[in-house]
Design a protein around this ligand. Structure first.
Ligand SMILES: [Zn+2]
Length: 149
């Protein structure tokens, strides 16, 4: 980890889904946005991602992870079914996994909710969506089971 990267931990409320995110930026430069679609509005989700970011998703109990698909059915919203938290969104594109994180689930990342820009993506074609995810979402995503203690 160099000085220009920032390690952020997070996850769902009960700890079943843990996140370890290495952002390639100092905290003040991490970009946060929201989305005006009906799902993200109901969730009150804020997102961050970076193509050079590195994410590890550590799962304690896979039986208690639910993935919800909607709209174009090209991405998965991850929920913990034990505590009900919406943690992140992933998309598999050309056999590569991309992710964007719900900032509400990241520890110690303080931001002003009133000034977060909202993306309006409902007019995007499927091709535009996929290509935007490939360019903007976290490009290195690893999923692992939490080791038994
Ligand atoms: Zn949980």
């Amino acid at each position: 980890m160099t000085e220009s990267t920032h390690q952020i931990e997070g996850g769902c409320h009960c700890g079943n889904i843990a996140l370890s995110y290495q952002a390639p930026l100092p905290p003040a430069e991490i970009s946060i946005r929201t989305c005006d679609c009906s799902f993200c509005t109901k969730q009150g989700a804020y997102y961050t991602s970076h193509p050079q970011g590195k994410l590890t998703i550590i799962i304690s109990d896979r039986e208690r992870v639910k993935k919800y698909r909607f709209a174009t059915l090209t991405s998965d919203a991850w929920f913990c079914t034990r505590c009900g938290t919406y943690v992140l969104m992933t998309a598999e594109i050309e056999n590569h996994l991309y992710a964007t994180l719900n900032v509400n689930c990241l520890n110690d990342l303080h931001f002003n909710r009133l000034t977060v820009p909202a993306l309006s993506l409902s007019e995007d074609s499927l091709e535009q969506r996929l290509s935007r995810r490939q360019k903007a979402w976290i490009g290195t995503v690893t999923i692992s089971d939490k080791a038994d203690e």
